[in-house]
Structure formats: C-alpha cells, structure tokens
Design a protein around this ligand. Sequence first.
Ligand code: ASP
Length: 430
Amino acid sequence: MTISQQAFLRDAMRRLNLTRDVFATRIGVKRRALDTWLLPEGSQEFRAMPEVVQRFVSEIVQNGVLLEKYTQSVQDGPLRDRIAVEGKHQLLSVDQFTRESVEDLFRVADMMQPIARRQKVSRVLEGAVLGNLFFEASTRTRVSFGSAFCRLGGSVCDTTGFTFSSMAKGESIYDTSRVMSGYVDAMVIRHPDQGSVAEFARATNIPVVNGGDGPGEHPSQALLDLYTILTEFSRLGKLLDGAHIAMVGDLKYGRTVHSLIKLMALYKNVKFSLVSPKGLEMPSYIIEQASRNGNLIEQKTTLAEGLAGADVIYATRVQKERFANEENEGYTPDFQINRAIIDAYCSPETIVMHPLPRDSRPGANDLSVDLNHDPRLAIFRQTDNGIPIRMAIFAVLLGVEGLVQHSLRDVTWQHPSHVGPDDSVFHGLE
Ligand code: ASP
C-alpha cells in the first residue's frame, strides 16, 4: 500500500460516506477489528489488516468512485488545478472547494498525520521558503503555518504587524506582494481588511494563502474545523449529512464561522442553529449562500433554543477589534458555554469547539474553562489538526503531495505520547 493503513481506511469511509459500524458490516468484519486497523501504526493495539480485506475495500471504493464519475461526470486532474483561482494555485476562500475536493485534501492531511504526530519526518519542501506576513495578531495561524512548512523541510521568514513592515512607510499591497514574490515560494497573509488578501494574490503568481482577511474569511481554519468534525464523528459513529450544528456568539464579525458554514453547506440536510446576541447576527449574504444546498438555517436568540440536540457546538469570541458602533464588552452570563449548559441541553456525544483564542478575562463570558477535563471539549484536538491540514494545503498548492509517502523517515528524537496533560485517552490515537 502506498499510503498508511489508517489513511487508506479513513479515506474509504469518507468516500463511501459510511459510519464505522456500517463500514465494518459492509466489508464483513467486526467493529473491534476495524478499530484496531484504524490506529496509527506505532500504537500498541494496532493490527495490520489482511490483504484480502484491503483488496476488497479498494474494489468497493473504486466501484463507488466510478459510479459517481459516470453519474456526475466529475472533472479530474491534480487537486491544485481543481481548486485554482483564475488559474493560480492559491487558497483565498472556501468557495474554491466542492465536497469531493475537500475530501481529497483531507486524504492528504491523513497522510501527514505521522509527521504531525512526530513519528516520521519528510523533506519534500527542502529549499523552499515561506513568507508569513501577519498584519494582525495571531498565535495559532502564524505558528502552525510556519511549523507545517518546516515539518515538510522548508524554511520560514516572518513579518508581524504594520510597524515593522514598509507598509508603515506607505508601500502598497501590490508592491509588497511583488517584492515578496522574489524572495519566497509561498505566502500566508493575514490583514485587517476584507478582500485585501485577494489583492495580494492578484499581484503575484506564487501560491498565496488567506490567513484571515478582516471579517471576511479564514479558509484554513474552516478546513481544520471540518476535518476535526469528521474525525470526531468517525469516532462517535456519526455522519455530517443530517447533523445539527450550533454556532454561537459573534457571527457578524467572526470570519471562521463565515468560512465554516459555507464549507459545511457542501453536505446534505445539515441543520444549523445560529445563536448570537442582538446586532451580531450572521450576515445575510452568507446565510443565503449556505442555504443553497437545501440545508436548514435557523436563527435563535437564546442558548436553550439553539443548543438542544446539537451534535456540535461551535463557540466564538466577541471580535471587539472589529466593532464599529456596537457596544458589547463581552457576552452576558446567560450566553456563556459552560459545563452546566452543556449538561442541560446536550448529550455525552456532543462536541464543543472554538477557533480560539477564548477570552479568559473576567466579564468576557467566552467558552468556560470548567470544560477543560471534559472529553467533549475538542478545542485542542482542533488546534492539533491545524498542522496536518496546513501541511496538506502547502503540499497541494506546491504540487508535492505525491512525493510525501515515499519520503517518510523515522524521527530520531523522543516525544511524549500525549502533548497535553489533560488530553483525552483517545486524543491522537484515532
Ligand atoms: N483566531 C481566529 C481568527 O483569527 C478567531 C478569533 O480571533 O476569534 O479569526
């Protein structure tokens, strides 16, 4: 097999759109056996899947894909060409994806997991340089993009804030972008103005990734969020088609939810409950776009109405830095996602997400820390997934995803099995 057993099986389940239980029945094996085949190769409980099962799975996936191609005449070709913007290999918006191309990207991300988990190293981007241009505050996005590029063997040059860039001297986006293109092989850009990253992208032919453009979009965050949801659902035996997703908080300025709702709307019969304080509702142009696939979108004003029966609760921070005339200093206490509210309205299988940072200052009433030991809290599984997803984005945009599997070598250093002291037992093992 050219890819790991875990990546192969996850991809098969995604392509066939089957839960683990149904997939096990479909291929005639016990769920317990399938679980052990799905573990990372280094783990104690891992078992190799018999070759005959592997051949059978390949066959049913191939038949499924052929059938899909026949009925939908899906366009083939390299993934980077299928998601290109005006012929350029850039990632500016989730609008570039179809359900098929998003799942193809996740297949590449699965292949990156052994690197992200520090079991393997790869140097497929050796010699390449990334320019990380962040004109707004960032911890996760900037560092994880940088780390992802380094873990593929490349190097990173950073500039942070306007103060230390020539934009403070009045340099235009066009000039900055063209100059950087002579220095680096790809750029990740975060900027406070909606549409500004697209302007950077128009001024260059090298890959540009939108790391957040004001209240516009944050496509890499939405991709890692969706990847997290599908991974968690696989563990819980759920499908995204027909699921109930509650999005809570500042949905007006929160760019992560703008991208995420459009991306999830590629799935079928998803019910979205949007719960926001008055004046911070999701913009109507996004609701319109997300409802095109026949998904149900309901706007609610209280947590009680929005959270009941939700499979996923996606909480967000108040984006005070973008406020024009709004006055909210934080959420009112009755708007806080905490243990009591989750226990009251949700099941033990609900997952709680947040793009982070959560505002932990008094009075903010952002996602509570009282869920930190609760396995339903998926926020750090989410941040960890930022690495394989961002590696996949670079590998695809730079056209090296086909080289990764054969480039893998064992790591030489020691690392803990769980990086966080409160990580759930299954964290990193599924
Ligand atoms: N980190 C996310 C973003 O940059 C969410 C947030 O800042 O609240 O959009």
